[in-house]
Ligand binder design. Sequence first.
Ligand code: UDP
Length: 247
Amino acid sequence: MSLKISEEEFKKILESGKRVDGRAFTELRPINIRLGIVERAEGSCLFEMGHTKVLCVVRGPTECVPAYIADPERAVLDVAYRMCTFSTEERKSPTPSRREVELSKVIREALEPSILLEEFPRMMIKVYCLVLQADAGTRTASINAASLALAQAGIPLRDLVTSVAVGYCYGNIVVDVCSIEDELCADIPIAMLPAYRKITLLQSDHRLPIDRLSEILSTAIKAIDQIYELQKKALKEYYLSSTKTGD
Ligand code: UDP
């Protein structure tokens, strides 16, 4: 997972038309989805994208705690993103970092437009995103997992939210970055309500060429459409199997 590579070697691999992990530029990492694995929770989803593994758990709608943050018009969506101490190469401190606080907000804002929060005034919906193993794309995997866990919890949704990070690496656009690419390239996490073609997250801390922006977006959207199909398939399979077992 922590393949150390020089920038020169990294560029050479890209010039040969491949990526550090052997994928094609627009190829996603293998995705594995499991729903309903935490039986005490209303919704839960384990979402794996390559070596990145995130468990999301949904509780609610429940009474809003603390009561003073209750909104008389809509439910409060509370998102907590945390990385386990064992999820990274170097032990992650158990103290919540500024990054975890920021990503909790980013994930909440990506999910909010999909949820009919107005159906649950004064209530709270809690989403816990626990990163079990990190190899880049933990916020995007969290969004994909959280949306599925919300659907499994029976929370009314306008659509699922689907997310992927694309990278801009020395002139090449790559899909679903791994951690080496995350370090050496500009990464652009994107989330979308695929059925509405509505973008709910678009981030980048890097300078990008404006003339490549529409290509970056269309590449991301193609990947999002592929992940969306896998999300719908996982939901369908979950409901078909729980109808059989009477869960
Ligand atoms: N990372 C790490 N320790 C940290 C934060 C991040 O090892 O405290 C690694 C981890 O592999 C993570 C990657 O850096 O997935 C990229 O982090 P970033 O902040 O870009 O968020 P992400 O891509 O996971 O959404």
